[in-house]
Design a protein around this ligand. Sequence first.
Ligand code: BTN
Length: 243
Amino acid sequence: REIHYFSELDSTNNEAKKLAANGCPEGTIVVAEAQVTGRGRLARGWFSPHGKGIWLSVVLRPPFNPMDAAKCTLMAAVGVNRAINAVTGAGCGIKWPNDILWQGRKVVGILTEMSAEMDAINHIVIGMGINVNIEQQEFPSEIAATATSLAVASGCQVSRVKLLTTILSELETVYNSVKNAGFAPVLADWKTQSITLGQQVDVHGIDRSFGGVAIDIDVDGALLIETTQGIERVLAGDVSIRP
Ligand code: BTN
């Protein structure tokens, strides 16, 4: 597989999208020691200091229906969460749809971007930001209360090489499982790793906000929330778990 390693990039997702548009093979990987303008979901930035995390993008060319793109993000979350827990024993969980948290603080963020022509997916770029050896006091003040790292969670420095190889192998396992057996086994796994299900949550959508209890995810990976008005289905948006 092609591995493109950089000391510094604007964003590994940008680089991966360029490579994908130029026809790179499936499974091509982009990693950088630092990102100058790392991007997060909902037009946010992503703190990506040099040598302290894994700033990684993977190019896939899945043979799926475009509607399945959202589920690729859940798939990535399952693979990454398995890997980080196997390597560190930290006991992280997945917050819907794809944040990985330790004690309520974010350790991993995932940003999936796709390019579709007509109604076929040409490629999908799954970007993952893993906070590995960042000390708590190193986080910028805006995220200091909501972010943490695997080193903080496990109480020691974590090998980024060991983590990266484990993440890549778990991603391959979970992707092969989806190709062979569909999304159901991965969604079932997602549920076992979820910290959202069963919790009282607040949903901040583009056009609406409401609260309720997160009761399940459906076959499309949408979050089902029981509210006083009935069951609401959320496919995108920001969900916060009430303390
Ligand atoms: C989020 O907002 O939770 C998603 C964060 C995704 C960050 C990763 S770091 C590697 C890749 N390149 C980017 O610019 N963003 C993603």
